[in-house]
Design a protein around this ligand. Structure first.
Ligand SMILES: Nc1ncnc2c1ncn2[C@@H]1O[C@H](COP(=O)(O)OP(=O)(O)OP(=O)(O)O)[C@@H](O)[C@H]1O
Ligand SMILES: [Mg+2]
Length: 225
């Protein structure tokens, strides 16, 4: 699914955010990516979504070398990858339904398909009864579920969550983790970025740890920095 080979990223003039990282993730895996603030986690996300290019090395996603990707193919790449962030990034002026529908409409999905897909996604994330709420009328956990529904519109093979539980309390976080686990159970590869030891230790999953831009450890089990 993901093959990261000797990837380095230096931001101008001289910040070495990633140093010679190599990681392979198989289809259907659930992987935690941990590391202290500044370790390079979000940089890796930006490389995977082709928002940034590595300074050296190679990244393959689904057999596709995305480090050489032509600009006009980037939208196609992004449709294969769903991303959710700590701050949700929902459109405040649109309802939950409209937020999810909008992600489909901008890609030219027919209205008929939109009306069939959006309720299905809201059901998956348990928000079917909140479709007409605006983000401000929902709790943090609900907004994160909404962001997850939106990230799933194109049935991505890979879902990246960059600190999705960062601002949420532990019970709400557990709900988000359970939701991502269920999404993983139906075959979506999950890359879950977190600082939260309790979440990592709760699940016996693979944990990749970055330290100062380098790969520090990669093993199943406990949070380790
Ligand atoms: N656009 C940029 N220009 C210059 N330096 C940057 C840029 N983005 C990130 N950095 C630097 O690269 C390093 C890695 O940043 P990154 O955001 O990847 O860390 P992170 O592991 O996601 O941290 P956090 O847990 O705080 O989100 C940091 O030293 C950061 O200051
Ligand atoms: Mg980050």
């Amino acid at each position: 699914m993901i093959k990261i080979e000797n990837v380095s990223k230096t931001y101008r003039p001289d910040v070495e955010a990633l140093k010679e990282i190599s990681i392979a993730i198989e289809p259907g895996e659930f992987v935690f990516l941990v590391g202290q603030s500044g370790a390079g986690k979000s940089t890796l996300v930006r490389l995977l979504t082709a928002e940034e290019r590595p300074s050296s090395g190679r990244i393959e996603i689904g057999g596709w070398d995305i480090t050489r990707i032509n600009r006009r193919h980037i939208p196609r790449l992004r449709r294969q990858i769903g991303v959710v962030y700590q701050d949700f990034r929902l459109l405040e002026q649109r309802t939950l339904y409209e937020n999810v529908a909008f992600a489909l409409e901008v890609c030219g999905t027919s209205l008929r398909a939109v009306h069939s897909i959006v309720p299905q996604l809201l059901r998956i994330v348990g928000l079917e009864d909140k479709a007409h709420r605006y983000p401000k009328q929902m709790s943090g956990g609900e907004q994160q579920r909404a962001a997850i529904a939106r990230a799933l519109v194109h049935r991505p093979k890979l879902l990246i969550a960059d600190e999705p539980t960062g601002d949420l309390d532990s019970v709400t976080s557990k709900g988000i983790v359970d939701l991502l686990t269920r999404i993983n159970d139906v075959g979506t590869t999950i890359l879950f970025i977190t600082h939260n030891r309790d979440i990592v230790n709760m699940l016996k999953k693979r944990v990749i740890s970055l330290h100062d831009g380098s790969l520090r450890s990669d093993k199943v089990g406990k949070y380790f920095i």
